[in-house]
Design a binder for this molecule. Structure first.
Ligand code: ZN
Length: 178
């Protein structure tokens, strides 16, 4: 339930990709199974995901190492064995999502600054790089890679796209932080 909330504000893709990066596809399955309940035992998760118990445990420890999951344990009065009840740690996940989004946002801002501050030239070939005015002038407006003539590229569209994306990210970050 908690995770659904994180998912909603954090974006499905990012949530899944962070979990997947940490523990692979199996981790996404386990996290999804855990998110439906407040807590669950490894056996319950194995049943729900149709994964082998060993695989479930491996994923749980992986999430635990990254502090994305935690457990409490109680002793089974009949068998004397410990039973582990696992739950996700949405706060940690939220912080991870926030720091990823901040990083992306920062990169986009740097790109925006570059696009705003530079006249950009390109030869039109997808394999060649875009060049700033100074570099294009030094190259006598011929592409250093393919020698075709460099042409001024209007970048209003890129600037607009970047601005929109940054605004979108900043709104998402605001929702995540409060
Ligand atoms: Zn070129």
């Amino acid at each position: 339930m908690i995770l659904t909330a994180v998912k909603k504000v954090g974006g499905d893709g990012l949530f899944a990709s962070i979990i997947e990066e940490i523990g692979g596809e199996n981790a996404v399955k386990v996290a999804n199974a855990l998110s439906d309940k407040d807590e669950a035992t490894d056996e319950e998760i194995a049943e729900k995901t149709e994964m082998r118990l060993n695989a479930v445990r491996k994923v749980l420890y992986r999430l635990y190492e990254n502090r994305l999951a935690s457990y409490r344990r109680t002793r089974d009065t009949r068998t004397g064995w410990f039973i582990y009840f696992w739950k996700l740690n949405p706060e940690k996940l939220r912080n991870l999502i926030i720091s990823r989004k901040c990083m992306v946002c920062q990169r986009l801002k740097e790109r925006l600054e570059y696009e705003r501050g530079n006249m950009i030239f390109h030869c039109g070939d997808a394999n060649c790089e875009q060049l700033t005015f100074d570099i294009a002038m030094d190259a006598s407006f011929k592409c250093p890679n393919c020698s075709k003539t460099l042409i001024f590229v209007r970048n209003d569209k890129s600037i607009e796209l970047l601005e929109n994306k940054i605004e979108e990210l900043e709104n998402e970050l605001r929702d995540l932080k409060f």
